[in-house]
Design a protein around this ligand. Structure first.
Ligand SMILES: Nc1ncnc2c1ncn2[C@@H]1O[C@H](COP(=O)(O)OP(=O)(O)OP(=O)(O)O)[C@@H](O)[C@H]1O
Length: 324
């Protein structure tokens, strides 16, 4: 059963159509919802929580109808909002216990769950300090803890990496991955940065101007391309020239050569040229698409191999395994 399914979902505000006939369904797992600022991500979350009635269309969350069963959806779904919503003068423990009580947990269970959740998000040591003295990263973790405290089946995380420095971003992404894998909770996480979602999501939905651009498993976005990345210790240009003379389509990129695969022969030609020139081969691997390339090209359909959608001359990507 899909965790989220929408059909013709539309949200018209007086001046803007935030969602435009959005039809999409996603299965359990860690799902990324990507779009530029104003694409309609937060609006979609509010509608899915049953907090905002759509102008048209229908949707269900965990099989529950958003129009009739909003209360039951909110019992089973956690929500980490994008905006700052924390009281500065209470501790993380007090706040998260309070949120657990609001969800209906008895006092002792609320205290135990709050302590567990704060430990999971890495705030156990600081849990008695007032939130007002916390860093942005710590405040994001408090918001995450309150979303998890009632043991939901699914959490909506709205821009959880916003405002974080690179290290804080990595830690938050790792936490999100663990929510999906170790705790078995499905996640819908929004971001305007495609690259970071590639690392933690099973599936990515891309929207633009309230419309669906793509909805696919991450592997489908990052499918192997018809290009080889070749790196030699020294002699990149000599090798490039030799391959060019042999009729191979080759172009330099940074310290690599990118080579169009014309068949099995291409691999042999490269190996032979490297041996003849007495070079040291560091890598020869099929380049994979980066998920950003798909967003840059923006095809209207939700299916089909991403390679087919990429126009010639799209920005070349680094091979997988290279630090980003
Ligand atoms: N209550 C509202 N009244 C009028 N317009 C709204 C309202 N809420 C959102 N919008 C508009 O709807 C569009 C989508 O907004 P939304 O907040 O859903 O986008 P988003 O993808 O979450 O972007 P961001 O990351 O910047 O929040 C924007 O043009 C926004 O200005």
């Amino acid at each position: 059963m899909p965790i989220i399914a929408t059909d013709g979902l539309t949200m018209r505000f007086p001046r803007v159509t935030a969602l435009d006939a959005l039809t999409v369904a996603v299965e359990p797992g860690v799902v990324g919802l990507v779009g530029a600022n104003g694409a309609g991500k937060s609006t979609l979350i509010k509608i899915l929580l049953g907090l905002l009635p759509p102008s048209a269309g229908t949707a269900s969350v965990l099989g529950l109808d958003i129009a009739r069963e909003g209360g039951r959806i909110r019992e089973r779904v956690g929500f980490m909002p994008e905006y700052e919503c924390l009281p500065p003068d209470v501790s993380a423990t007090e706040f998260v216990v309070h949120m657990a009580r609001m969800c209906g947990l008895p006092s002792t269970a609320a205290r135990e769950r709050a302590a567990d959740t704060l430990r999971h998000v890495g705030l156990y040591e600081e849990r008695y300090r007032p939130i007002g003295g916390y860093s942005t990263g710590m405040r994001q973790r408090v918001k995450l803890a309150q979303a998890l405290v009632h043991d939901p089946e699914l959490v909506f995380l709205d821009e959880p990496t916003n405002g974080l420095d690179p290290a804080g971003r990595d830690e938050m992404l790792e936490l999100i991955r663990r929510i999906g894998t170790e705790f078995g909770i499905s996640v819908l996480v929004t971001s305007h940065l495609l690259g970071e979602l590639e690392r933690v999501c099973d599936h990515v939905v891309i929207i633009d101007g309230g419309r669906l651009l793509r909805s696919q498993a991450v592997e489908a976005y990052t499918a192997a391309s018809g290009v080889l990345t070749v790196e030699v210790e020294e002699g990149r240009d000599v090798l490039g020239q030799r391959l060019h003379d042999a009729g191979v389509a080759v172009r330099p990129e940074g310290r690599f050569l990118l080579i169009d695969i014309a068949g099995e022969d291409t691999y042999d030609l490269i190996r032979d040229a490297v041996a003849d020139l007495e070079l040291r081969l560091i890598r020869m691997e099929q380049r994979r698409h980066r998920i950003e390339e798909v967003f840059a090209t923006g095809p209207p359909a939700a299916t089909g191999p991403p390679g087919a959608a990429a126009p010639p001359g799209h920005p070349p990507a680094e091979p997988q395994g290279v630090a980003r």
